[in-house]
Design a protein around this ligand. Structure first.
Ligand SMILES: O=c1ccn([C@@H]2O[C@H](COP(=O)(O)O)[C@@H](O)[C@H]2O)c(=O)[nH]1
Length: 285
């Protein structure tokens, strides 16, 4: 491990995330090995194809992009062989100095949530990552074991708040008993968890870049993971509008748009560099 990485490794997730975005730019590359992308890369839809695709991304971008978001679903569909690739890729990306957010959207009753937290957030776990996406729909409090594990291990969480899909508002805009929206209650919960953070806290929200300008308070003193760029239609220019004064804390995430440039490593690097430059300008890095 390099000296800088060693010094950073004991810092909380939010601090490490800000440092890597300062150093490498804010872009988060989503690793979503869709069957159609394996085909476009001339790879078979098998565990071997999945491994070539994933390690191709890791080798081309692991030491130049700051943040990666592997989508667990596309690894899970190959069973244990797919999970082994996710495990290997996560370890290799972290070794290369990148931050890895596993997008698994876990959520369950508190005791089972503790199991998920141990699986992804404990440093000793085979699948240990820097942060995990979680779902608050069993109640924000059900996430407490993951919050505790994240605090203990210096990891982070991204809680679904205002998702990028058009169906999201059906639940997220609904009102809770105290009159706030469900999304607003999630954002309030995160703001409380980040209350002591100096710059960027470790407890983030998922807020799609595709949502219209929102009246919700996005100032949670934590990162705002923003999928929806590229293939889902949102652009770098739209980020300032959607996120307003909180735009500096956005982690812009793009999967298919970048991955579609492969398999050639230089083309992948060019696509990532172009996207990173556009986000740097808008987010002020
Ligand atoms: O609100 C959400 C939450 C998660 N996602 C995930 O992000 C990527 C988007 O992929 P693109 O190819 O860049 O569209 C994917 O893994 C989703 O599950 C999201 O899109 N929206």
């Amino acid at each position: 491990m390099r000296e800088r990485d060693l010094a950073m490794s004991n810092q909380p997730f939010g601090t490490r995330l800000r440092a890597v975005m300062n150093e490498r730019g804010p872009l988060c590359v989503g690793i979503d090995p869709h069957a159609h992308l394996l085909d476009a890369w001339d790879l078979p839809d098998t565990p071997e194809g999945l491994a070539s695709f994933t390690y191709g991304v890791v080798d081309a971008l692991g030491d130049r992009v700051g943040v990666f978001k592997p989508q667990s679903a596309f690894f899970e569909r190959f069973g244990s062989a797919g999970i082994a690739v996710l495990e290997q890729a996560t370890a290799r990306l972290r070794e290369a100095g990148a931050v890895v957010i596993i997008d698994a959207k876990r959520g369950d009753i508190g005791t089972t949530m503790a199991g998920y937290a141990a699986a992804y957030l404990s440093e000793k776990a085979p699948l240990a990552c820097d942060a995990l996406t979680v779902s608050p729909y069993l109640g924000f409090g059900s996430l407490q074991p993951a919050v505790d594990e994240a605090r203990a291990s210096g990891a982070g969480l991204f809680v679904l708040a205002l998702t990028s899909n058009p169906e999201g508002p059906q639940f997220q805009a609904a009102r809770t008993a105290d009159g706030s929206t469900v999304a607003g209650a999630v954002l309030d919960g995160l703001r409380a968890l980040n209350a002591d953070a100096e710059d960027l806290g470790s407890f983030g929200a998922v807020v799609g870049a595709t949502i219209a300008k929102t009246t919700e308070n996005l100032d949670i003193r934590g990162p705002l993971l923003a999928p929806g760029l590229g293939a889902q239609g949102a652009t770098a220019e739209s980020l300032a509008d959607v996120f307003g004064p909180a735009v500096r804390n956005v982690v812009p995430s793009s999967s298919r748009e970048i991955l579609g440039a492969g398999p050639d490593a230089v083309s992948l690097q060019d696509a990532a560099a172009r996207a990173n430059d556009a986000y740097r300008t808008v987010l002020g890095y």
